[in-house]
Design a protein around this ligand. Structure first.
Ligand SMILES: [Zn+2]
Length: 112
């Protein structure tokens, strides 16, 4: 708490020094560079967190995954979540779909 951080402001988008920490604009609170994506290739996971509104997202990564991929995944996930929330669920019974085990073409019905 109350620890003042002396952060030297970098003039201009000079990236390339630390590729593991990448910041983006938050979808939810819209703060610039509040979202940090940390790609941990050793663990095979990436952690995305917004330091302003504390949104979090975690995903698996491969050696090809970039921070921006996690960011766009997060956008997709947030988008999907919003759409799901937006959609009125029928009869309010979500996730209770009973798989009907219908016998597929058992036998020809013996007429008579
Ligand atoms: Zn945020």
């Amino acid at each position: 708490m109350g620890k003042r951080k002396k952060s030297a402001r970098k003039p201009g988008p000079s990236r390339g020094k630390d590729p593991l920490d990448t910041t983006f604009t938050c979808l939810f609170c819209h703060h610039d560079n509040s979202v940090t994506v940390r790609v941990d290739r050793k663990e095979g996971v990436a952690n995305l967190v917004c330091k302003v509104c504390d949104q979090r997202y975690q995903s698996k990564v491969t050696h090809l995954t970039e921070a921006v991929d996690i960011y766009s995944e997060w956008i997709d996930a947030a988008d999907a979540a919003e759409k799901a929330r937006d959609r009125p669920s029928r009869a309010g019974a979500s996730s209770s779909i009973r798989p009907v085990a219908a016998p597929a073409s058992v036998d020809d019905s013996d007429d008579d």
